[in-house]
Design a protein around this ligand. Structure first.
Ligand SMILES: NC(=O)c1ccc[n+]([C@@H]2O[C@H](COP(=O)([O-])OP(=O)(O)OC[C@H]3O[C@@H](n4cnc5c(N)ncnc54)[C@H](OP(=O)(O)O)[C@@H]3O)[C@@H](O)[C@H]2O)c1
Length: 234
C-alpha cells in the first residue's frame, strides 16, 4: 500500500537516498529542498526548516498531493565545525536551530494529522557524534544528542495515539557533508570504525525504511546505530 512520506533535506545525500528507498517500494514521497530542485519521481517542496511557516506550508503541500503525511523523516542538517572556544553564540544557535529546532518544528506539524488518524512514524536522523561526542563539533553533537531526548519524549507522548518516534544514528557516510573533512580527519575516524569503511547513504536509508515498516510496529524510542560499530557502547 502506498503511504504518504515527507523527507526534509531530501534533495541530496542521505535524505535523497531515503526518499528514493521509499519511492522504490511504491510510496508517495515529498522531499523538501531549498531551491536546488529534486530528481524526477519525487514531489519537490521548497522549505527551510528554520522557518515554522515554511514547515507548515510544506506539510500542506504534501497533504494536498499525497494525503496526510504518515511517515516523516527529519533529516535536514548542517555542521559548523570549530573548536568550542572559537564558537560564537550565533554559530552555535544556527546549528541548533536547523538540526534540533528544525526537527522539532517538523515533528510538531507532522503530529497534527498523525494524532487525528491515530497512526504515524517519525524518524529522526541523528549522528554517532551526538552519542559519543566529537572534538570540534560541540554545536553539532549537542544538536544530535538533543534529537534523542526529543524523539524519546515524543515516543512517550504519542504512543497512546499509535505514533512511533525513533532515531537513526549514522557514522561516517559518503555525502557532501563528509566531503568537507580533511583526509587526515577521515583516516583518524576510520581507524576507530571496526568495519574500517564509510557507509553508503543507502545503508542509512535501509534502517529508516525498516523503522517505518509494519515489522517495526513495536519499536519506539529506539536509537538505531548504523555506524560500522564506531559508537558501540554509547
Ligand atoms: N554524512 C554523514 O557522515 C552523516 C553522519 C551522521 C549523521 N548525518 C546526518 O544526516 C543528515 C543528512 O546529512 P548528509 O550527509 O546527507 O548531508 P548533506 O549532503 O550536506 O545534506 C544536508 C541536507 O540538509 C538540508 N538542509 C540544511 N539546512 C537546511 C535548512 N535550514 N532547511 C532545510 N533543509 C536544510 C540540505 O539542503 P540544501 O541542499 O538546500 O543545502 C541538504 O538537503 C544530517 O542531519 C546529518 O547531520 C550525516
Amino acid at each position: 500500500m502506498s503511504r504518504s512520506v515527507l523527507v526534509t533535506g531530501g534533495n541530496r545525500g542521505i535524505g535523497l537516498a531515503v526518499a528514493r528507498a521509499f519511492a522504490a517500494r511504491g510510496d508517495a514521497v515529498a522531499v523538501t529542498h531549498r531551491g536546488s530542485g529534486v530528481p524526477d519521481g519525487l514531489l519537490a517542496i521548497r522549505c527551510d526548516v528554520t522557518d515554522p511557516a515554511q514547515v507548515d506550508r510544506a506539510f500542506t503541500e504534501a497533504e494536498e498531493a499525497h494525503g496526510p503525511v504518515e511517515i516523516v523523516v527529519a533529516n535536514a542538517g548542517i555542521t559548523d565545525d570549530r573548536l568550542a572556544l572559537r564558537t560564537r553564540d550565533g554559530e552555535f544557535h544556527r546549528v541548533l536551530d536547523t538540526n534540533l529546532a528544525g526537527a522539532f518544528r517538523t515533528a510538531r506539524r507532522a503530529a497534527q494529522s498523525m494524532l487525528v488518524n491515530r497512526r504515524g512514524r517519525m524518524i529522526f536522523v541523528s549522528s554517532v557524534a551526538g552519542l559519543r561526542g566529537s572534538p570540534g563539533q560541540t554545536s553539532y553533537a549537542a544538536s544530535k544528542a538533543g534529537l534523542v531526548g526529543l524523539a524519546r519524549s515524543l515516543a512517550r507522548e504519542l504512543a497512546p495515539c499509535g505514533v512511533t518516534a525513533n532515531v537513526v544514528a549514522p557514522g561516517l557516510v559518503e555525502t557532501d557533508m563528509t566531503g568537507e573533512l580533511s583526509e587526515r580527519r577521515r583516516e583518524e575516524i576510520l581507524r576507530e570504525v571496526p568495519l574500517r569503511r564509510t557507509a553508503a547513504p543507502g545503508e542509512i536509508a535501509a534502517a529508516v525504511v525498516w523503522l517505518a515498516s509494519e515489522e517495526a510496529g513495536y519499536v519506539t524510542g529506539a536509537v538505531v546505530p548504523v555506524d560500522g560499530g564506531l559508537g558501540m557502547g554509547h
